[in-house]
Design a binder for this molecule. Structure first.
Ligand SMILES: [Fe+2]
Length: 187
């Protein structure tokens, strides 16, 4: 599967041609079955998602941008399932990375633009009961899918607010990023 995903993201232009430009942070379901889920995940600028597990194998393939993965491990002698950092991996365009079934990771988009990734999971990503970890205390809790999906909408809202404040702070500037097009300006 890593090889298959690697082949797909080796041609980012073709991926964007097929899926469209990443215009908003979102989790788009491309394929969903009991034994396989394929997602197009678009991270908002500088967006971070809290530590979580999948309880199934996964492959991440980046077709635009970059994501910083921090891997965690459980502290065995502590109650509450607390985790500590155990490693990190920065993934860029054309990278395809396999993740083991028991991996725990958090993901940050370190860029001021969106990052797009194809994610393949060896199960029904939306049906498995699993955990995430409070980003402040690093204690384990039940994974809340709706809360996690809301983070993507929050990122879109934050991005829209930032663009509005840029426009009002610098009305003379042509702002041609993040989808803002000003009348009379060629970007
Ligand atoms: Fe994940």
């Amino acid at each position: 599967m890593r090889e298959a995903v690697s082949r797909v993201v080796s041609d980012p232009t073709a991926v964007v041609a097929g899926l469209g430009e990443p215009r908003r942070a979102e989790v788009r379901r491309l394929y969903s079955a009991a034994d396989l889920t394929i997602l197009n995940v678009i991270w908002g600028p500088r967006m971070t998602i809290m530590p979580h597990n999948h309880l199934m194998w996964a492959v991440i393939g980046i077709y635009t941008g970059r994501e910083a993965n921090i891997f965690r491990r459980r502290l065995t002698d502590e109650p509450g399932g607390r985790v500590e950092a155990a490693g990190a991996k920065s993934l860029g365009e054309r990278d395809a990375e396999p993740l083991g079934r028991d991996i725990i990771h958090s993901v940050t988009n370190p860029l001021s633009r969106r990052t797009g990734a194809i994610r393949v999971y060896g199960g029904d990503f939306f049906a498995v009961f699993r955990s995430d970890w409070d980003p402040e205390t690093l204690l384990e809790r039940t994974y809340d899918m709706e809360k996690n999906l809301r983070l993507f909408e929050d990122a879109n809202q934050a991005n829209a607010n930032q663009n509005l404040s840029l426009v009002s702070a610098y009305p003379e500037l042509p702002i041609c990023r993040q989808g803002i097009r000003r009348a009379g300006v060629t970007c």
